[in-house]
Design a protein around this ligand. Structure first.
Ligand code: SPM
Length: 280
């Protein structure tokens, strides 16, 4: 008898389906339904409210890019203070932790149960919490940023889709708050959705970041287990163009990274015509 169960994320007339072999964790937190599965081919799978957040198979793409695009685009010296909003699985923390230049790595995740579940079932990403520079705040990120005015060099918004607890992270007020939490030279990067699947949200994020910041840009990342196989990283700064790296990746780190490199940093911002149209 097979233990195989196919789990689908469906939405927008489209779906992604993954073969699972064991339901490791299921819990309704104050904010959302949290599920973790063992899959047949992709390692573990994390879903929040039925939306695919990560698999061990391809999470490195998303986490390396969200952490390293702002880290290497930063031009006011090197980044010292980083904030992650959301990202309770710890994957962005793990990537930031590879940089000894960072003195402070704060994370503001609204759902303590996501953090606890990740620590229990997803050690591959939750290992990011073991870094002694990491400070955990279980709070609403849209409020937290107002307590840290002019403080961070890079802020990474690793949100869920709009609609759940991530909803307040998709409006102009939030991005204005992010700008206020940056110090001179600061850069933000946020989960920017797929232009194939959610063009209205991609266009909205572009409109907001273009209005609030002097420079903005949209990167495309290849994440096969997200519906449509791609997702965006939305970047913005008042200080500099973010589409070229200011520094090369250190050779020892370059050997460890599986997706990010300096050439890709430049290439991921080149958009096809239908995305350029969205941004007009
Ligand atoms: N640290 C990983 C968390 C991932 N956060 C982003 C998830 C976005 C998933 N939505 C993709 C679009 C289709 N629903």
């Amino acid at each position: 008898m097979s233990d195989s169960v196919w789990i689908s994320e469906v939405g927008g007339g489209y779906g992604n389906t993954i073969e699972t072999t064991k339901h490791l964790f299921s819990h309704k937190s104050r904010y959302q339904q949290i599920d973790i599965y063992e899959t047949r081919k992709l390692g573990k799978l994390l879903l929040l409210d039925g939306i695919i957040q990560l698999t061990n198979y391809d999470e490195f793409v998303y986490h390396e890019m969200l952490a390293n695009l702002p880290f290497y685009a930063f031009r006011n010296g090197v980044p010292r203070r980083a904030l992650v909003i959301g990202g309770g699985d710890g994957g962005v923390l793990r990537e930031l932790g590879r940089h000894p230049e960072l003195e402070t790595i704060d994370i503001c995740e609204i759902d303590a149960d996501v953090i606890a579940a990740a620590k229990e079932y997803l050690p591959e990403t939750a290992c990011g919490y073991q870094d002694e520079r990491v400070n955990v705040y279980v709070e609403d990120g849209s409020k937290f940023i107002h307590e840290r005015k002019g403080y961070y060099d890079i802020i990474i918004v690793d949100s869920t889709d709009p609609g759940g607890p991530g909803e307040p992270l998709f409006n102009e007020e939030f991005y204005t708050g992010l700008k206020g939490a940056l110090r001179e030279g600061g850069i933000i990067t946020s989960q920017g959705e797929s232009a194939f699947l959610l063009p209205d949200i991609v266009a909205r994020l572009n409109r907001i970041t273009r209005k609030v910041f002097k420079y903005n840009a949209y990167a495309t990342l290849h994440v096969p287990t997200y519906p449509t196989g791609v997702i965006g990283a939305c970047m913005a700064s008042d200080h500099c163009d973010v589409t070229t790296p200011a520094r090369e990746v250190e050779p020892e780190l370059a050997e460890k990274l599986r997706y990010y490199n300096s050439e890709l940093h430049k290439a991921c911002f080149v958009q096809p015509n239908f995305v350029r149209e969205l941004f007009k």
